[in-house]
Design a protein around this ligand. Structure first.
Ligand code: NAP
Length: 258
């Protein structure tokens, strides 16, 4: 299926590695020009070079911190300078602080503030600067990466769940307000997607890794490609009547009907 995004401009935040990089590559494979945004300048530039070489699209690396308004302003002005438009924005963000703790032990104000800033405020800040560009053009796709824990909280994930739920609520409000201008706003809520590079404080023991597989009805972890394909569909022309929704990519972990 041709997703109809060839030549469109897609921003992917938090894209110097991991899921953000994979989403950017997937959209580039569909012919979209890519804007990458994360803090590590060298890593970001090498992702941009790799995307240009592999997919023959333009890839612009804008180093910056999603928590900093001045960096996001610079991001948007760079996009406006380099491209005519911004059509797609995938709002991925950094992880909550490690190590994970049980909720009753999550008492450190600094960790709560960091989580608020990294996951919720940073996402809102980017969203509020990109939707006017899309509204002006009369077409746009905003897709926030949240977590399936917003539907079924996972143990030790309070620092994530609380703010991903906030992102979900914000995106629903935004979807309601910008819909008539042709901009759709949705969330993709992953859980248990394989992240091979997890090391140090965020690494799982072999026993924990086995237990995590059993949390799905498929008995396995998800592949990055399976998550990226859902994001790409929501970015497509065909997804034009899907807005204000959350699509879970969780191997059936969440037990509810909706
Ligand atoms: N894997 C799953 O099943 C799953 C489930 C639910 C939610 N998630 C969430 O999905 C997101 C992506 O996961 P991942 O495994 O790809 O994480 P990751 O490998 O740790 O990558 C995080 C990315 O975020 C960037 N980043 C962090 N803080 C930033 C900031 N302040 N400004 C700009 N960029 C920032 C990092 O780049 P720099 O360091 O260069 O800035 C990096 O590119 C995470 O938020 C994770 O919690 C994953």
């Amino acid at each position: 299926m041709d997703l109809g995004i060839r030549g469109k401009v897609a921003l992917v935040t938090a894209s110097s590695g991991g899921m953000g990089k994979n989403i950017a590559s997937t959209l580039a494979a569909e012919g979209a020009n890519i804007v990458l945004f994360a803090r590590s300048q060298d890593k970001l530039q090498s992702v941009a070079d790799e995307i240009e070489q592999h997919y023959g699209v333009r890839a612009l690396a804008v180093p910056g911190d999603m928590k900093e308004a001045v960096d996001i302003d610079r991001l948007v002005s760079n996009i406006e300078k380099e491209f005519d438009s911004l059509d797609i924005a995938v709002l991925n963000s950094g992880r909550p602080p490690a190590p994970l703790r049980s909720t009753v032990n999550e008492t450190d104000e600094a960790r709560w503030l960091e989580s608020f800033n990294t996951q919720l405020w940073s996402t809102i800040q980017v969203a509020q600067r990109v939707h006017p560009v899309m509204e002006k053009a009369g077409w746009g796709r905003i897709i926030a990466i949240t977590s399936a824990s917003v539907a079924q909280p996972m143990p030790h994930h309070a620092l994530s769940t609380v703010f991903r739920a906030g992102v979900t609520a914000y995106m629903k409000h935004l979807a309601n307000e910008v819909g008539t201008s042709g901009v759709t706003v949705n969330c993709v809520a992953p859980a248990l997607i394989e992240t091979p590079h997890r090391t140090g404080a965020v690494a799982y023991t072999p026993e924990q890794a086995e237990a995590r597989k059993k949390m799905t009805v498929l008995g396995r972890m998800g592949y990055q490609e399976e998550l990226c394909a859902v994001v790409a569909f929501l970015a497509s022309v065909q997804a034009g009547f899907v807005t204000g929704s959350t699509v879970r990519v969780d191997g059936g972990m969440v037990g509810s009907l909706f």
